[in-house]
Ligand binder design. Structure first.
Ligand SMILES: [Zn+2]
Length: 409
């Protein structure tokens, strides 16, 4: 199957792709690996986008059903030992994710840049996408998105069986595929709603402080626990990424959501904001979708990338929750706001926040208000105000589910 296509793909990828970028020495400052059931996402953050060269690489020790692609990021170095260690996990300069075997990465520091070789198994990978984007933090991001073949596809079922058990005869294989399909249908019809809650920051990562009596990590949990109680009372299942006050990496959080023991229908991440301008205040809600990403390398398998993104659903969730919080905190009579809190509307925004980028379900990130604003910092420390915010979010979730739950995957 692969043989006839190789020449075509090779020619397709032969050209070098150059990105505009600064030629000063650049560093890779952060790296995340978001593992998922449908996709794995490798995210690199740079100060300035490096010039990128991309070619198909020859296979060495790998079997024929693998493909290797080589990238050189010109003038790029590791920012610090922590990033270096993460990427060069052992002395061979070789990093392999322990989750499954569908891809591996090799990094090498060259004199004038960083070489990355991505090797993936064509039996398990449907296609790979390469995108650049601007992160919410201001960093330049590079995303490698590895799309898995569909769960339950005959080829994949056969492969899983081959790896776990002695080969099955055709009859048994068919039976297994049918069983998987039935399980999926049952889930669609009967499943209860499970909501993921992510309380921003924790442990030594305090988040913002500003003029607040308590750091952001405490406020996100105080509001989050109130929200959790309301949602549990409404009968929803809850999965929390990090209920304890502990530092947890963002790709660890997304892993917990993507591989929760019950499929998570939507995720809400709670944060509080900070700005140098102490006058800035108000509620902001973020979602992430495809429009943020610019394709930088045309991979040979791109025509097979036909994956539905959860971006549209995330946008609907963001709009409904945002509006509901504002309505609840700022009640109106005859067009006049009568509440005491006067929460400013800083709108729903589309942004590549890391947690939103890494989860596979519809997801939003809510910035409850600014801890750098004295008035808002005081309110955010008040249990009564926190309760208003939690009720607004919970009611927003209920409104969203009433309108859209039938459209879930
Ligand atoms: Zn935060």
């Amino acid at each position: 199957m692969v043989g006839g296509r190789v020449t075509k793909y090779y020619l397709y990828l032969m050209g070098l792709l150059w990105l505009s970028g600064l030629q000063a020495n650049l560093t890779v400052d952060r790296f995340f690996e978001h593992l998922g059931q449908k996709t794995d996402k490798l995210v690199f953050y740079f100060h300035g986008m490096p010039k990128l060269e991309h070619t198909v690489a020859p296979l060495h020790d790998e079997p024929e059903h693998y493909r290797a692609e080589r990238f050189i990021f010109h003038k790029l170095h590791f920012a610090n030992d922590q990033v270096r260690k993460l990427l060069l996990l052992n002395s061979k300069g070789y990093y392999h994710n322990g989750h499954h075997q569908c891809y591996k990465l090799k990094f090498k520091q060259l004199e004038d840049g960083l070489e990355l070789i991505l090797i993936y198994d064509l039996r398990q990978v449907q296609c790979v996408e390469y995108h650049s984007f601007k992160a919410i933090s201001g960093f330049d991001g590079f995303l490698i998105q590895i799309n898995h073949k569909l769960v339950g596809s005959q080829e994949l079922v056969a492969l899983q069986n081959q790896e776990k058990q002695p080969p099955l005869n055709l009859t048994n294989q068919n039976k297994l595929a049918i069983k998987n399909r039935l399980a999926l249908e049952k889930y669609k019809l009967n499943h209860e709603i499970t909501i993921g809650l992510d309380y921003g920051h924790g442990g030594t990562d305090q988040g913002a402080m500003g003029l607040s009596a308590q750091p952001e990590k405490i406020i996100t949990r105080q509001v989050g626990f109130k929200l959790k109680k309301l949602l549990v009372d409404l009968g929803y299942n809850i999965i929390e990424t990090c209920p304890d006050d502990l530092k947890m990496d963002l790709d660890e959080r997304t892993y917990l959501i993507n591989f929760a023991n019950k499929p998570v229908d939507l995720l809400i991440s709670i944060h509080a904001n900070y700005a140098a301008n102490s006058g800035a205040m108000g509620l902001e809600t973020f979602f992430s979708d495809q429009q943020l990403f610019k394709t930088v390398v045309q991979s040979c398998l791109m025509d097979q990338c036909q994956r539905n993104s959860s971006g549209e659903t995330s946008k609907k969730l963001a709009n409904i929750v945002h509006e509901t919080v504002l309505e609840l905190v700022n009640p109106k009579i005859g067009g006049q706001v009568i509440g005491n809190y006067n929460l400013k509307d800083r709108k729903v925004r589309c942004s590549a926040a890391q947690i939103l980028l890494g989860v596979e379900c519809p997801a939003i990130l809510i910035e409850l208000g600014y801890l750098s604003n004295l008035q808002e910092a005081k309110k955010l420390n008040e249990p009564a105000y926190q309760e208003f915010l939690a009720q607004g979010i919970a009611q927003g979730v209920v409104n969203f589910l009433a309108a859209y739950s039938s459209t879930f995957d």
